[in-house]
Design a protein around this ligand. Structure first.
Ligand code: HEM
Length: 292
């Protein structure tokens, strides 16, 4: 049923993102900045994630509480995510709204609808694929701009433009690898040598290396927001599994990072940022800032 999920979710997710871009995400993030000080950065993180994900599931008060609880349980002890999603799905079936989950529940393709198990699997996938990744783009992107004052100035003048976000994704994307297993013999050529990959072989593709390939990007280790081909990055992979949430990730980053640099004139890194010790997801674990 993967084709079914892909068709439904792509349209539904995109429609939701377009609607959100008309204001409410921006307002929530902006008021989040006002509400949170530096000491409260953990709460801030939960606030953004909880509110945005609650928007997917339904803009109703009970939904927001359930999601906040769910996020807290995941953060605390790896919690009962499946059960919580089940509760939300059943609730949405009874009280349909104008949110993405309601659209997924009612959508039909050739007379078929998604089962509860499919809905649950999809929500878990969306949560995991969508939360950790975007958080790290916001962290890495902020750090990249702070380390490059001339580029930071551009954002202060123009706001964070879509082209800038592509460059942040290229320069230091949160997902460094994907895995592929070819079903039939595959060939690729580097220089004069052609390599053969046998069916069933696990291939680790390095998105980060592709994004710093000097034959594609001139001066690849330099952050250049005006780069004319930064949209050719591989940070969202490519092909049939191209990231489903790319538009939402860009919207969240535009609002979070853009608002930070246009709202605060002085942003200073306190101490050395620490990095996650994961191989696939790359991101700062802790980035302490003071701003005024
Ligand atoms: C900066 C943020 C993000 C990055 C860098 C990112 C990156 C990626 C990458 C590289 C893949 C391909 C995985 C593969 O080929 O094996 C992918 C797939 C996916 N992403 Fe994202 N992602 C981000 C945000 C999001 C968000 C916000 C959502 C949803 C709310 C999302 C949902 C998905 C889903 C569902 C897939 C699987 C698509 C499929 O297999 O057909 N992602 N993402």
């Amino acid at each position: 049923m993967l084709w079914f999920q892909a068709i439904l979710s792509n349209n539904v997710l995109l429609a939701w993102v377009v609607e959100q871009s008309q204001g409410s995400v921006a307002n929530e993030v902006d008021s989040g900045f006002v509400a949170c000080d530096v000491e409260q950065h953990q709460k801030c993180h939960q606030f953004f994630g909880g509110h945005l994900f609650a928007g997917f599931l339904g803009r109703y008060e009970r939904g927001q509480h359930v999601v906040a609880k769910m996020l807290a349980s995941i953060l605390d002890d790896g919690g009962e995510i499946g059960n919580q999603f089940l509760i939300i799905i059943e609730d949405r079936r009874k009280h349909l709204g104008d949110d993405m989950l309601s659209s997924l529940i009612t959508a039909e393709e050739s007379g078929e609808q998604m089962t509860t198990e499919e809905l649950m699997a999809f929500l878990v996938l969306l949560y995991i694929a969508g939360h950790e990744t975007t958080v790290n783009l916001i962290g890495n992107g902020t750090l990249a701009l702070l380390n490059n004052p001339s580029q930071q100035d551009i954002v202060r003048q123009t706001g964070l433009q879509p082209q800038h976000i592509d460059e942040l994704l290229r320069f230091d994307g949160p997902v460094q690898h994907t895995v592929r297993i070819p079903l039939k013999e595959a060939h690729y050529t580097v220089g004069d040598t052609t390599h053969t990959v046998q069916p069933g072989t696990m291939v680790l593709t390095s998105l980060g290396a592709a994004n710093h390939d000097s034959s594609m990007f001139a001066d690849p280790h330099t952050l250049r927001l005006d780069r004319d081909n930064s949209h050719r990055h591989m940070a969202f992979a490519s092909g049939i599994h191209y990231c489903l949430g790319s538009a939402l990730a860009k919207l969240e980053t535009e609002v979070a990072v853009g608002s930070l640099f246009t709202r605060f004139k002085n942003i200073i890194i306190e101490g050395e940022p620490t990095w996650r010790d994961r191989i696939t997801i790359r991101g700062v674990n802790q980035l302490k800032l003071t701003f005024s």
